[in-house]
Design a binder for this molecule. Structure first.
Ligand SMILES: [Zn+2]
Length: 112
């Protein structure tokens, strides 16, 4: 994550998933589940309110959010995702999980 103004900016989909897991894991209520956030992760230093703002910004930027500038009212059932997001969605599920686990700090980064 880098800081743009006062909102940390997330551009890596694995980082976004890791940040979302951290936020969900630390949020009290029905979504406050810890199975995917069993211990402190690399995003725990951020306040939950900051994390959710960064995730909203990521969703707008990526095209995952219908409020994104990438949303075209003329084609309401299709929003063009950023290439980085589309590429991540095409990875095998195990590779996605590994990248997210690395972003969380639970899995060591590859040396290669
Ligand atoms: Zn965390």
């Amino acid at each position: 994550m880098t800081d743009r103004g006062r909102i940390p900016v997330i551009r890596d989909p694995a980082n976004a998933a890791a940040a979302a897991k951290c936020w969900l894991g630390r949020t009290k209520g029905p979504l406050g589940l810890g199975a995917f956030h069993p211990e402190e992760c690399d995003f725990c230093h951020e306040e939950p309110a900051i994390l959710i703002r960064a995730l909203h910004e990521f969703a707008d930027w990526s095209g995952l959010n219908w409020r994104s500038e990438r949303y075209d009212p003329a084609a309401p059932n299709w929003t063009q995702l950023r290439p980085e997001i589309a590429e991540f969605t095409r990875l095998p599920r195990e590779q996605q999980a590994k990248l997210v686990g690395q972003s969380q700090g639970y899995i060591p980064e590859d040396d290669d």
